[in-house]
Write a protein that binds this ligand. Structure first.
Ligand code: FES
Length: 106
C-alpha cells in the first residue's frame, strides 16, 4: 500500500484554495472547499491540462484550458469537452496536518 504524504497544515489553506503535491511524476491537487477537503488527479481527462489554478465553485473545478468541469467529491466530469472522470485520492487530517495517498497502484 502506498504511503501517506503530508500536504500542508489544516490552517494553511482557506476555502477555495488549493495546494499541489507530487508523488513521483504524478501531481495531486488538494482543495479546501466549502464542503471539506478533496484530493484529485491534477490532469484534465480532455487534453491533459493542469486543473490546479482553474476556477473553483463550491466543490467544482473548471479546467482553465477549455472549460470542462469536474466534481471534486467524486471526480465526475460534469460537462463537455471532458467525459471521463478524474481520480479522487484518499485524504485524511491528523493532528492538524492534511495527508493524501496515491492508491492507484494498491
Ligand atoms: S484540457 Fe481540460 S477541457 Fe480541454
Amino acid at each position: 500500500m502506498s504511503e501517506w504524504q503530508a500536504v500542508c497544515g489544516e490552517q494553511q489553506l482557506a476555502e477555495g484554495e488549493f495546494q499541489v503535491v507530487w508523488d513521483g511524476d504524478n501531481a495531486i491537487a488538494v482543495y479546501r472547499t466549502t464542503e471539506g477537503w478533496f484530493a484529485v488527479e491534477d490532469v484534465c481527462t480532455h487534453d491533459g491540462a493542469e486543473l490546479a489554478g482553474g476556477a473553483v465553485h463550491g466543490c467544482v473545478v473548471e479546467c482553465p484550458r477549455h472549460g470542462a468541469r469536474f466534481d471534486l467529491r467524486t471526480g465526475a466530469a460534469l460537462c463537455a469537452p471532458a467525459y471521463e472522470p478524474i481520480h479522487v485520492f484518499p485524504l485524511k487530517i491528523e493532528a492538524g496536518v492534511v495527508y493524501v495517498r496515491d492508491d492507484r497502484e494498491d
